[in-house]
Design a protein around this ligand. Sequence first.
Ligand code: SF4
Length: 433
Amino acid sequence: MKNNVPAVSVCTENPDPLGTDPAEEPPSISSALVQDLLFTPQTERKYPFPTRIPISQQSRKFLRNFFPHATEADWCSWHWQIRNSICTLDRIQHIIGLTPDEYGAIVRHSTGLPFRITPYYASLLSPSDPSQAIRRSVVPVMDEYLASPGEAQDPLSEEHQSPVPGLVHRYPDRVLFLTTGFCSTYCRYCTRSRMVGNHGKFRGSITQWQQAIAYIQATPQVRDVLLSGGDPLTLPDSHLDYLLSSISRIPHVEIVRIGTKVPVVLPQRITPKLIRILKKYQPLWMSIHFTHPDELTPETRAACNLLADAGIPLGSQTVLLKGINDDVTALTSLFHGLLKNRVRPYYLYQCDPILGSSHFRTTVDKGIEMIEGLRGHTSGYAIPHYVIDAPGGGGKIPLLPEYYQGRENGEVLLRNYEGRTFRYPDPQAQCSA
Ligand code: SF4
């Protein structure tokens, strides 16, 4: 059976990338339900988690201050959130007090990585503290214009491992499918800054998707497809449905994964209709990009729980960022919060050496120190793999503190989390002795 190809072109950076299909607007939240979600003690509710995305007090106050003519139903519409995203100097300086450095960076802005923040995520930014973690992750600074040794536009050589446009085939059994160049909020350290947004080269299109789908169909060793971008969950429902159905029907594709930051920056996108679409394509996994515990708001918690309730296994990926989350206390708080919301911390990435990212990059020793500070001090489920995505296309390489300390007299010497040494009788070494 042939799929119905959606008529609208795949979204790229533009003020209204989603078309105007009113059927995709999430229904507005009734004030009775909001009251119920916000004011009814958990034990008195009929359900353990919200069935829609609530509006926190912080969001409500922000809405009143900065969008006085918008309604709560507007705020809950993901289309409204995207149409009203903050992308200009005028808008952002109305909301936060810019430092001269931030001001200069936005005025000078000319890089391929656009400036865009959803109103929801902007509501979480400190108006007065430029060192606030999440503000630093989305507001440009002049350091973005400094290219340092070892940095490159495409440090992971994705373009050299791309058999057809928009598809990266690096590992034997899985592919990365770049669905769109659009994100609702742009992280200043984005690995794909070369291709996202309006100044990048990448333009997703149905024709390009069909080429990528044909490649997967013709490559039987591909059993796992990761949809990424840009952010696949910024695609209209019809596009996502088409893409998921086209890939899922390929007999040798066993699982599909979606990499997204949408539940964190645009939780209103997790609508009942989206959930119905995603549920059709099990087994479907989701990797959610979290940066800091400040992102664990009522809205984001509700989005994660709606996805988990739909039977979608959730993992997180976090980029280790200097002065933002390179702190054991912050990471522990983030990972504990994720587990409470049924998201398994999966990867902690060393920041890729994209152009203008040195102000974000920690030393590798710092990353190992983070894992050392977690291992043994919290449950193993709360500890992600710390990995470096090897420049030049070598793939993800995990790094661990030196727990293995060598061999002696047929025994393996091991160091535990407290620094104490233990001996393990290694059967293989004893046999060969
Ligand atoms: S959400 Fe992902 S693709 Fe989009 S800007 Fe952030 S890191 Fe880049």
